[in-house]
Design a protein around this ligand. Structure first.
Ligand code: PEP
Length: 229
């Protein structure tokens, strides 16, 4: 079971350091925090496993605003998120660029959490299986690849997929690609257990609730308890 906290564009170096110093990771569950680039070093200094939120597909070059896998590895970062729906929505990320980022990062030695998930209108039109197929089939096969199923209508909206919807999507993803699949989309202490007990849910990618130490700890403790049972 893996619980990853995506801090988005929240927490600069001092806030990240204070959070990571105060956070006590429960035994029996893998935990990752994903701070903004500027706070990676401080988070790592506390001994937690740290992923970036994005990584470029070239080693270096004229790519203003981007960071390469080699640069993250030099810092000691263990992995990166790629293809988050906010990157797709606001920064023109596509299935192709997501796959390129994932492949390069994996080849360089990072772990990768690749995000997929349908828009609300795609779900309403019954297109979820086709969208997931399109997004997942381009991802590289790799032992360090983890997929995060994040229905876009559930991210930061307070709307959570039902456990049945999550299980169905995770089951489908696993028929396309053999990898652990995290659920993401308004995961909170109150709904973590019903999602994490689903057969094909291997953990969670937590956004908003990972910013608060009590709620993130509660979600990690739920995951740890389920892993032990
Ligand atoms: C995310 O940012 O990956 C996410 C799932 O956000 P939230 O938990 O806030 O919906």
């Amino acid at each position: 079971m893996l619980i990853a906290g995506n801090w988005k564009m929240y927490k600069g170096p001092s806030e990240a350091l204070a959070f990571c110093r105060a956070f006590v990771p429960p035994e029996g569950v893998e935990i990752v925090v994903c701070p903004p680039f500027s706070a990676l070093r401080e988070a790592m200094a506390t001994g937690l496993t740290v992923f970036a939120q994005n990584v470029h597909w070239e080693r270096e070059g004229a790519f203003t605003g981007e960071v390469s896998a080699e640069m993250l590895l030099e810092l000691g970062v263990a992995g990166s998120i790629v293809g988050h729906s906010e990157r797709r929505r606001y920064f023109g990320e596509t299935d192709e660029t997501t796959a390129r980022r994932a492949k390069r990062a994996l080849d360089a030695g990072l772990a990768v959490v690749a995000c997929v998930g349908e828009l609300e209108e795609e779900r309403e039109r019954g297109e979820t299986p086709a969208v997931l197929h399109r997004q997942v089939s381009v991802l590289p096969r790799h032992e360090r690849l983890v997929v995060a199923y994040e229905p876009v209508w559930a991210i930061g909206t307070g709307k959570t997929a039902t456990p049945e919807i999550a299980q169905q999507a995770h089951g489908l993803i696993k028929t396309i690609l053999d990898a652990p699949v995290l659920y993401g989309g308004s995961v909170k202490p109150e709904n973590a257990e019903e999602l994490l007990v689903q057969r094909d849910v291997d953990g969670a990618l937590v956004g908003g609730a990972s910013l608060d130490i009590d709620s993130f700890t509660a979600i990690c403790e739920t995951a740890a308890r389920l892993s032990r049972s």
